[in-house]
Design a binder for this molecule. Structure first.
Ligand code: G1P
Length: 298
Protein backbone atom coordinates (compact mmCIF):
# COMPACT_ATOMS: atom_id res chain seq x y z
CA UNK A 1 0.00 0.00 0.00
CA UNK A 2 1.09 3.53 -0.70
CA UNK A 3 2.26 5.61 2.26
CA UNK A 4 -0.35 8.14 3.35
CA UNK A 5 0.38 11.84 2.92
CA UNK A 6 0.19 13.30 6.43
CA UNK A 7 2.67 16.18 6.35
CA UNK A 8 2.39 19.48 4.56
CA UNK A 9 4.95 22.22 4.11
CA UNK A 10 3.72 25.81 3.93
CA UNK A 11 6.39 28.12 2.55
CA UNK A 12 5.52 31.51 4.07
CA UNK A 13 8.89 33.23 4.25
CA UNK A 14 8.20 35.76 1.46
CA UNK A 15 8.24 39.45 2.38
CA UNK A 16 4.98 40.20 0.64
CA UNK A 17 6.34 43.37 -0.93
CA UNK A 18 3.41 43.53 -3.35
CA UNK A 19 1.20 44.36 -0.38
CA UNK A 20 3.28 47.11 1.16
CA UNK A 21 2.65 49.09 3.26
CA UNK A 22 0.23 46.57 4.85
CA UNK A 23 2.93 43.91 5.03
CA UNK A 24 5.30 46.26 6.86
CA UNK A 25 3.90 44.89 10.11
CA UNK A 26 1.39 42.20 9.12
CA UNK A 27 2.58 38.99 7.44
CA UNK A 28 0.82 38.57 4.11
CA UNK A 29 -0.54 35.19 5.21
CA UNK A 30 -2.44 36.86 8.05
CA UNK A 31 -4.20 39.31 5.75
CA UNK A 32 -7.92 38.79 5.89
CA UNK A 33 -10.07 37.18 3.28
CA UNK A 34 -13.59 38.01 4.51
CA UNK A 35 -12.97 37.16 8.19
CA UNK A 36 -10.22 34.60 8.13
CA UNK A 37 -6.51 34.99 7.48
CA UNK A 38 -5.35 33.73 4.11
CA UNK A 39 -3.41 30.91 5.74
CA UNK A 40 -6.50 29.50 7.45
CA UNK A 41 -7.95 28.54 4.07
CA UNK A 42 -4.84 26.49 3.31
CA UNK A 43 -4.92 24.85 6.76
CA UNK A 44 -8.58 23.87 6.37
CA UNK A 45 -7.88 22.44 2.94
CA UNK A 46 -4.92 20.48 4.28
CA UNK A 47 -6.95 19.02 7.16
CA UNK A 48 -9.70 17.94 4.76
CA UNK A 49 -7.03 16.05 2.81
CA UNK A 50 -5.85 14.15 5.90
CA UNK A 51 -2.81 16.25 6.79
CA UNK A 52 -1.81 15.83 10.45
CA UNK A 53 1.45 17.77 10.63
CA UNK A 54 1.83 21.35 9.48
CA UNK A 55 5.32 22.63 8.78
CA UNK A 56 5.72 26.35 8.26
CA UNK A 57 8.84 27.74 6.65
CA UNK A 58 8.94 31.28 7.96
CA UNK A 59 11.34 34.21 8.16
CA UNK A 60 12.04 37.24 10.31
CA UNK A 61 8.94 39.27 11.13
CA UNK A 62 6.42 36.42 10.95
CA UNK A 63 5.72 36.31 14.69
CA UNK A 64 2.05 37.19 14.19
CA UNK A 65 1.65 33.97 12.27
CA UNK A 66 2.88 31.86 15.20
CA UNK A 67 0.62 33.79 17.58
CA UNK A 68 -2.34 33.19 15.32
CA UNK A 69 -2.08 29.41 15.73
CA UNK A 70 -1.54 29.59 19.47
CA UNK A 71 -4.30 29.11 22.02
CA UNK A 72 -5.77 32.36 23.35
CA UNK A 73 -6.94 31.41 26.88
CA UNK A 74 -7.87 34.94 27.93
CA UNK A 75 -9.94 35.58 24.85
CA UNK A 76 -11.58 32.15 25.15
CA UNK A 77 -12.44 32.77 28.78
CA UNK A 78 -13.96 36.14 27.93
CA UNK A 79 -16.14 34.64 25.19
CA UNK A 80 -17.21 31.78 27.48
CA UNK A 81 -18.19 34.25 30.19
CA UNK A 82 -20.29 36.20 27.74
CA UNK A 83 -21.92 33.04 26.39
CA UNK A 84 -20.62 33.66 22.86
CA UNK A 85 -20.44 29.95 22.10
CA UNK A 86 -20.34 30.21 18.35
CA UNK A 87 -17.42 32.63 18.34
CA UNK A 88 -15.69 30.43 20.88
CA UNK A 89 -16.08 27.46 18.57
CA UNK A 90 -14.71 29.46 15.61
CA UNK A 91 -11.76 30.52 17.69
CA UNK A 92 -11.04 27.01 18.94
CA UNK A 93 -11.05 25.70 15.38
CA UNK A 94 -7.97 27.82 14.69
CA UNK A 95 -5.98 26.29 17.57
CA UNK A 96 -3.29 23.81 16.74
CA UNK A 97 -2.61 20.92 19.10
CA UNK A 98 0.83 20.71 20.65
CA UNK A 99 3.28 19.09 18.29
CA UNK A 100 0.95 19.40 15.33
CA UNK A 101 2.71 22.46 13.98
CA UNK A 102 6.37 23.24 13.46
CA UNK A 103 8.19 26.35 12.37
CA UNK A 104 11.49 26.39 10.54
CA UNK A 105 13.21 29.57 9.49
CA UNK A 106 14.52 30.16 6.04
CA UNK A 107 17.42 32.48 6.78
CA UNK A 108 17.94 33.67 3.24
CA UNK A 109 15.42 34.23 0.46
CA UNK A 110 16.99 31.73 -1.95
CA UNK A 111 13.79 30.54 -3.64
CA UNK A 112 10.85 28.18 -3.20
CA UNK A 113 13.00 25.07 -3.65
CA UNK A 114 15.28 26.23 -0.88
CA UNK A 115 12.31 26.98 1.39
CA UNK A 116 11.02 23.42 0.96
CA UNK A 117 14.54 22.02 1.48
CA UNK A 118 14.71 23.85 4.84
CA UNK A 119 11.98 21.45 6.10
CA UNK A 120 13.81 18.28 5.00
CA UNK A 121 14.63 17.04 8.51
CA UNK A 122 10.98 17.15 9.52
CA UNK A 123 9.70 15.05 6.66
CA UNK A 124 11.90 11.91 6.50
CA UNK A 125 11.30 9.26 3.88
CA UNK A 126 7.64 9.72 3.03
CA UNK A 127 5.56 11.59 0.46
CA UNK A 128 4.53 15.08 1.56
CA UNK A 129 2.39 17.98 0.41
CA UNK A 130 3.45 21.55 -0.31
CA UNK A 131 0.82 24.27 -0.20
CA UNK A 132 1.35 27.88 -1.26
CA UNK A 133 -1.25 29.86 0.71
CA UNK A 134 -1.26 32.66 -1.91
CA UNK A 135 -3.13 30.31 -4.19
CA UNK A 136 -6.61 30.12 -2.71
CA UNK A 137 -8.85 27.52 -4.33
CA UNK A 138 -12.61 27.52 -3.97
CA UNK A 139 -13.88 24.00 -4.63
CA UNK A 140 -16.68 21.70 -3.61
CA UNK A 141 -14.14 19.03 -2.74
CA UNK A 142 -10.99 20.76 -1.48
CA UNK A 143 -8.20 20.72 -4.08
CA UNK A 144 -5.60 18.84 -2.02
CA UNK A 145 -8.16 16.16 -1.19
CA UNK A 146 -8.85 15.70 -4.91
CA UNK A 147 -5.12 15.34 -5.44
CA UNK A 148 -4.59 12.89 -2.58
CA UNK A 149 -7.31 10.67 -4.06
CA UNK A 150 -5.73 10.85 -7.52
CA UNK A 151 -2.27 10.25 -6.05
CA UNK A 152 -3.43 7.00 -4.48
CA UNK A 153 -3.71 5.71 -8.06
CA UNK A 154 -0.54 7.21 -9.52
CA UNK A 155 2.15 7.56 -6.86
CA UNK A 156 5.21 9.52 -8.01
CA UNK A 157 4.89 13.29 -7.66
CA UNK A 158 1.88 15.38 -8.51
CA UNK A 159 1.34 19.09 -9.13
CA UNK A 160 -1.97 20.96 -9.38
CA UNK A 161 -2.39 22.27 -12.91
CA UNK A 162 -4.53 24.84 -14.66
CA UNK A 163 -4.67 26.34 -18.15
CA UNK A 164 -3.54 30.01 -18.15
CA UNK A 165 -3.56 32.59 -20.99
CA UNK A 166 -0.44 32.37 -23.20
CA UNK A 167 0.74 35.83 -22.12
CA UNK A 168 0.78 34.72 -18.48
CA UNK A 169 2.88 31.57 -18.86
CA UNK A 170 6.09 33.41 -17.90
CA UNK A 171 4.75 33.78 -14.34
CA UNK A 172 4.39 30.05 -13.66
CA UNK A 173 5.97 26.67 -13.75
CA UNK A 174 4.76 25.22 -17.08
CA UNK A 175 4.16 21.58 -17.96
CA UNK A 176 5.12 19.87 -21.17
CA UNK A 177 2.45 17.20 -21.49
CA UNK A 178 3.53 13.69 -22.46
CA UNK A 179 0.09 12.14 -22.28
CA UNK A 180 -3.21 13.90 -21.65
CA UNK A 181 -5.73 11.74 -19.82
CA UNK A 182 -8.24 14.49 -19.06
CA UNK A 183 -8.11 15.51 -15.42
CA UNK A 184 -4.69 13.87 -15.19
CA UNK A 185 -1.70 14.46 -17.42
CA UNK A 186 1.57 12.62 -17.50
CA UNK A 187 4.34 15.22 -17.53
CA UNK A 188 7.17 15.03 -20.08
CA UNK A 189 9.04 18.11 -18.90
CA UNK A 190 8.48 21.17 -16.74
CA UNK A 191 10.04 24.63 -16.87
CA UNK A 192 9.96 27.42 -14.34
CA UNK A 193 8.81 30.77 -15.72
CA UNK A 194 9.73 30.26 -19.38
CA UNK A 195 10.30 33.49 -21.34
CA UNK A 196 7.27 34.71 -23.33
CA UNK A 197 6.86 32.65 -26.50
CA UNK A 198 8.98 29.74 -25.21
CA UNK A 199 6.44 27.93 -23.03
CA UNK A 200 5.91 24.28 -23.98
CA UNK A 201 2.16 24.65 -23.28
CA UNK A 202 -0.18 26.88 -21.30
CA UNK A 203 -0.73 24.32 -18.56
CA UNK A 204 0.59 25.99 -15.40
CA UNK A 205 1.56 24.63 -12.01
CA UNK A 206 -0.64 25.96 -9.20
CA UNK A 207 0.51 25.99 -5.58
CA UNK A 208 -0.47 22.48 -4.48
CA UNK A 209 2.00 19.63 -4.67
CA UNK A 210 2.28 16.03 -3.50
CA UNK A 211 5.94 15.14 -3.68
CA UNK A 212 8.12 12.11 -3.44
CA UNK A 213 10.81 12.39 -0.73
CA UNK A 214 13.34 12.02 -3.60
CA UNK A 215 12.76 15.75 -4.12
CA UNK A 216 14.92 16.51 -1.07
CA UNK A 217 17.80 14.61 -2.64
CA UNK A 218 17.50 16.75 -5.75
CA UNK A 219 17.25 19.90 -3.67
CA UNK A 220 20.41 18.91 -1.75
CA UNK A 221 22.37 20.04 -4.78
CA UNK A 222 20.99 23.55 -4.27
CA UNK A 223 21.29 24.34 -7.96
CA UNK A 224 19.98 27.76 -8.96
CA UNK A 225 17.50 28.13 -11.82
CA UNK A 226 15.14 30.79 -13.18
CA UNK A 227 15.64 34.22 -11.59
CA UNK A 228 18.82 32.99 -9.86
CA UNK A 229 16.67 31.12 -7.31
CA UNK A 230 16.63 27.49 -6.18
CA UNK A 231 13.46 26.36 -7.88
CA UNK A 232 11.11 23.63 -6.67
CA UNK A 233 10.05 23.07 -10.29
CA UNK A 234 13.63 22.08 -11.25
CA UNK A 235 13.86 19.56 -8.40
CA UNK A 236 10.51 18.01 -9.39
CA UNK A 237 11.66 17.84 -13.01
CA UNK A 238 14.54 15.56 -11.88
CA UNK A 239 11.87 12.93 -11.19
CA UNK A 240 11.17 12.80 -14.94
CA UNK A 241 14.49 11.09 -15.58
CA UNK A 242 14.31 7.31 -16.17
CA UNK A 243 15.42 6.60 -12.58
CA UNK A 244 12.76 8.97 -11.15
CA UNK A 245 9.23 8.07 -10.00
CA UNK A 246 7.45 10.25 -12.59
CA UNK A 247 5.39 13.44 -12.35
CA UNK A 248 1.68 13.99 -12.94
CA UNK A 249 -0.27 17.18 -13.45
CA UNK A 250 -3.74 17.22 -11.98
CA UNK A 251 -6.40 19.55 -13.42
CA UNK A 252 -8.37 20.21 -10.25
CA UNK A 253 -12.05 21.09 -10.15
CA UNK A 254 -12.45 24.51 -8.58
CA UNK A 255 -11.65 28.17 -8.97
CA UNK A 256 -8.20 29.45 -8.14
CA UNK A 257 -7.53 32.97 -6.93
CA UNK A 258 -4.07 34.47 -7.06
CA UNK A 259 -4.05 36.15 -3.68
CA UNK A 260 -0.42 37.08 -4.20
CA UNK A 261 -1.75 39.90 -6.40
CA UNK A 262 -4.01 42.74 -5.32
CA UNK A 263 -6.52 42.13 -8.10
CA UNK A 264 -6.68 38.42 -7.23
CA UNK A 265 -7.13 39.18 -3.54
CA UNK A 266 -10.01 41.54 -4.29
CA UNK A 267 -11.66 39.00 -6.58
CA UNK A 268 -11.35 36.34 -3.90
CA UNK A 269 -12.87 38.71 -1.35
CA UNK A 270 -15.91 39.24 -3.56
CA UNK A 271 -16.26 35.56 -4.45
CA UNK A 272 -15.93 34.31 -0.88
CA UNK A 273 -18.23 37.11 0.33
CA UNK A 274 -20.87 36.08 -2.20
CA UNK A 275 -20.55 32.46 -1.09
CA UNK A 276 -21.50 33.39 2.47
CA UNK A 277 -25.16 33.27 3.47
CA UNK A 278 -24.73 36.09 5.98
CA UNK A 279 -23.11 38.46 3.47
CA UNK A 280 -24.51 37.55 0.07
CA UNK A 281 -27.62 39.77 0.15
CA UNK A 282 -25.92 43.04 1.09
CA UNK A 283 -22.92 42.42 -1.13
CA UNK A 284 -25.04 41.51 -4.16
CA UNK A 285 -27.15 44.63 -3.73
CA UNK A 286 -24.07 46.78 -3.49
CA UNK A 287 -22.45 45.26 -6.56
CA UNK A 288 -25.65 45.67 -8.56
CA UNK A 289 -25.94 49.29 -7.45
CA UNK A 290 -22.44 50.25 -8.47
CA UNK A 291 -22.69 48.41 -11.78
CA UNK A 292 -25.97 50.19 -12.54
CA UNK A 293 -24.44 53.56 -11.60
CA UNK A 294 -21.43 52.84 -13.80
CA UNK A 295 -23.70 51.93 -16.76
CA UNK A 296 -25.82 55.04 -16.27
CA UNK A 297 -22.68 57.23 -16.30
CA UNK A 298 -21.45 55.73 -19.60
C1 G1P B 1 5.54 29.50 -7.61
C2 G1P B 1 6.20 28.37 -8.38
C3 G1P B 1 5.59 28.26 -9.78
C4 G1P B 1 4.09 28.11 -9.68
C5 G1P B 1 3.47 29.25 -8.84
C6 G1P B 1 2.00 29.00 -8.59
O1 G1P B 1 5.91 30.72 -8.21
O2 G1P B 1 7.60 28.60 -8.45
O3 G1P B 1 6.12 27.15 -10.45
O4 G1P B 1 3.52 28.11 -10.97
O5 G1P B 1 4.13 29.36 -7.57
O6 G1P B 1 1.41 30.04 -7.90
P1 G1P B 1 5.73 32.14 -7.49
O7 G1P B 1 4.33 32.58 -7.75
O8 G1P B 1 6.01 31.93 -6.04
O9 G1P B 1 6.72 33.05 -8.14
Amino acid sequence: MRKKVTKAIFPVAGMGTRFLPATKSVPKEIMTLVDRPLVQYAIDEARAAGIKEFIFVTSRGKGALEDYFDHAPQLEQELRKKGKDQLLETLKNTNMDSGEIAYIRQHKALGLGHAVWCARRLVHNEPFAVMLPDDVIAAEKPCLQQMVEAYEETGGSMVAAMEVPAEKTSSYGILDVKEDMGSMVSVGDMVEKPPVGEAPSNLAVIGRYILSPNIFRHLNRLKTGAGGEIQLTDAIAEELKPEGDGVYGYRFRGQRFDCGSKAGFLQATVAFGLARDDLRGDLENYLQEIMAAKKAAE
